[in-house]
Every structure is written in C-alpha cells, then in structure tokens.
Design a protein around this ligand. Structure first.
Ligand SMILES: Cc1ncc(COP(=O)(O)O)c(C=O)c1O
Ligand SMILES: C[C@@H](O)[C@H](N)C(=O)O
Length: 378
C-alpha cells in the first residue's frame, strides 16, 4: 500500500492520516445503496467484518468515534436516570466529546485518577463506584467505560478480566472506547476476539491508527445494535450512500494491518529512547504503543516553542503528545529529534512556567504561511 505523503511529517495525531491510492481506487467500485435502509453492501460487509474480528454479534457503522462512543453508552443506559458513568479522568468520552454524556445521556461522570497513574484497576473502580442501593442522594454507576489504549497505554488483559468479573457481580455494563484498540492487540499480541468476551460494547475506530479517512464501528449484541441505530438516526448519523466511505475502511482493515501499527510503535519507542536517554526529558506516561507524551510542565517547555521548532525542521506537532502512525516518513524522525534538542536547549535558557492545565490538543493551528510561522484558530 503506497500511502500519500501529505501526513508523512504530521506528528500531531494519527487522525491526520490520509486515504491511500488503494482506498481511493476502491471508491470507484464501492456499493451505492442507501444505508439508512440497510441496503449498502460495503457498509454491511464492513460492520460484519469488524464484528467478526472482535468476536461480537453485530456492528454499526458510525461517522466518528465520538458518535460511536456516545450512542453506545446511551444505549447501555437502558434504565431511568439519575445514573452515572465511571471512567479515567483523562478519558476522551469525558474530556473531549463536548459533554455528550451530560447532554445526550443526561448522565453524571465519575472521573477517577488511577492509583497506579496509568490505568484503572478493579480496586480504583470499587473505591469510586456509586452503588445502586436506593440512596436518593446519588446517581448510581451503571456503565464503566475503559479506553484502550489510553494515551497510548495498554490496560493489561488480566486486569480487564478482573474488572469484567466485578461488573457482572454488580450488574454494571462495560464499554470500551477502542479508538486505538487495534494498537493494544498488536502490543499485547492477542486476538481481538478476546476483547469481545470482556466488553458489552466496543467503539472501534477506523480513522485513527488504521488510517481510514472516516468512521468507526460500534460493536455489541444484535438487540444493542438495533437500539443504537435508533440513537444514531437521532443524532443525524443515518448517512445514505456510506459505501463510498466503507469501501475505504475495508481497505484499511485488510489482513496485515498489524504491520503498519508495529511500524508506528517502533518509531515511538525510538523517540522515547532518544528523549529519555539522550535529552533526559521527563515523560508524562510510559510509551507503550504509538504515542510519546512529553511532560512539558516538568521540563518547563513552552508548547509554542516546540510547535515552531518542529515546523522549522519540517515537522508538525501540537503540544507535548507526539503521535506516530504508519504514514510517518522514518527519515523525518531525525528532523524531529533535532527540533526537540533545540527546544530543550532553548527551554534551559528560558524555562517556561505553565499556568493552568496542560493541553494535549490545541484549538489552533500553527503553520508556515508565505514564509513565516503563523498561529491561527481553526
Ligand atoms: C481515545 C479517543 N476516543 C475517541 C475519539 C473520537 O474520535 P473522533 O475524532 O472520530 O470523533 C478520539 C479522537 O481521535 C480518541 O483519541
Ligand atoms: C483531538 C482528539 O479528539 C483526537 N481524538 C486525537 O487523538 O487527536
């Protein structure tokens, strides 16, 4: 597969991967049925293929990971509110989905800081779960949502088994935000089907590390997917000829996908070693898959300086998170290393004290326009 090179220097996120020539060629032969009436063959094929890979009975194509997370959790909440969802304090469903849990699901959230600093354990959940014991002060926990991977970190499968056991014993539903669950499968060297035995619902993104231009597939039981489709329609997700999109996603998940993810993991590991062993830069969290999280606050690095130094060497970053994906040009790793070296040297001369929360993502873009570096709100 010969990817385009427009994202070859883009370390901002794996969401910037671009459709390959093979994907675009597939569009010419895509099915063109109306998917609202379940008449689009490529969309049906994609939903079934992803469901089979992860060992779930049914799948539902969604336009985005946010949509699949939000309608998935809404569907699991098949009881009367008040209720709540327990998740990691960094979870995307809580921090970056525009309060969908509050507005679409009318749910409270219990954001939990894991004691080990990396991933939630059953002990964390036991400590913060709100029991459905009739106490009218609380909003009982009905859904536990885990992110795999979270900031590139992998929750060990044995821990998932412990959490699942707790959920069964306490009548709790278990959702997975699997935006990068494919990366976890590669890292753990496990069959994706094993995740199907743990989670009631899984939001599997195709548009992140897998490189499809658009889309996710929500997985669950047949009845769950039937109801989720109702919520999908409600939020305007009933798009028509989605075969044009599904045909590209089918290319993205064709056999051998593990290799492109392993490539990104290898690049991340090389950058991790350079930052830790050469530049002695503190990291926010361990590098386990495709992300490296620089602890800008401790390193006293100004994110704007990092962004601009990277641009000087022809690379794009948006903060302390360095994202790797299969379209990154390996030769640019040295460019980014030089940019980081200069950034660290600059920061030693001019240490930057962060005020307020560190941002992983930025609601502004910095680029070289007409020869000079400009930052603008998008
Ligand atoms: C962990 C995680 N979950 C969900 C999403 C949402 O996906 P989307 O941007 O397609 O809505 C993202 C975004 O990339 C993400 O990083
Ligand atoms: C921006 C954020 O929503 C996206 N999920 C990313 O990881 O880049």
């Amino acid at each position: 597969m010969q990817p385009y090179h427009s994202s070859s220097n883009d370390f901002r996120s794996d969401t910037f991967t671009t459709p390959t020539k093979e994907m675009l060629e597939a569009v010419q032969f895509s099915s063109i049925g109306d998917a609202v009436y379940n008449e689009d063959i490529n969309t049906i094929q994609l939903e079934k293929t992803v469901a089979d890979i992860f060992g779930k009975p049914a799948g539902l194509f969604c336009c985005s990971g946010t949509m699949s997370n939000q309608i998935g959790i809404r569907t699991l909440l098949n009881v009367q509110p008040p209720y709540s969802i327990l998740c990691d304090y960094r979870a995307h469903i809580y921090t970056h989905e525009a309060a969908g849990l509050a507005m679409l699901s009318q749910a409270m959230v219990t954001p939990v800081i894991p004691k080990n600093g990396n991933y939630l354990t059953v002990e964390d959940i036991q400590k913060w779960v709100i029991k459905n014991d009739g106490d009218i002060h609380g909003a009982p926990t009905f859904v536990i949502s885990l992110e795999q991977t979270l900031h590139g970190m992998v929750t060990p499968f044995d821990e998932l088994i412990r959490i699942k056991k707790f959920c069964i014993e306490n009548n709790l539903k278990l959702h997975c935000d699997g935006a990068r669950i494919w990366n976890a499968c590669v890292k753990q060297n496990i069959d994706p089907k094993k995740y199907g035995t743990i989670f009631d619902s899984i939001s599997v993104c195709l548009s992140k590390s897998m490189g499809a231009p658009i889309g996710s597939v929500l997985l669950g039981s047949a009845n769950f997917i039937k109801k989720a489709n109702h919520f999908k329609k409600q939020v305007g997700g009933g798009i028509r000829q989605s075969g044009i999109i599904s045909s590209m996603a089918l290319v993205a998940i064709q056999p051998g996908w593990e290799n492109k993810l392993q490539y990104s993991h290898d690049l991340a590991a090389e950058m991790n070693d350079y930052l830790v062993n050469e530049l002695h830069v503190p990291l926010e969290s361990p590098t386990e898959t495709s992300f490296v999280f620089i602890d800008l606050q401790t390193a006293k690095i100004n994110p704007d300086v990092l962004v601009k130094k990277a641009l000087k060497y022809g690379c794009r970053v948006m903060g302390g998170r360095i994202a790797f994906h299969y379209q990154i040009d390996r030769s640019l790793l040295n460019n980014l290393k030089m940019a980081l070296k200069e950034t660290v040297e600059y920061s030693k001369k001019y240490p930057f004290d962060h005020a307020g929360p560190t941002q992983i993502y930025r609601s502004e873009s910095t680029d070289i326009i007409n020869g000079d570096i400009q930052t603008f709100k998008y």
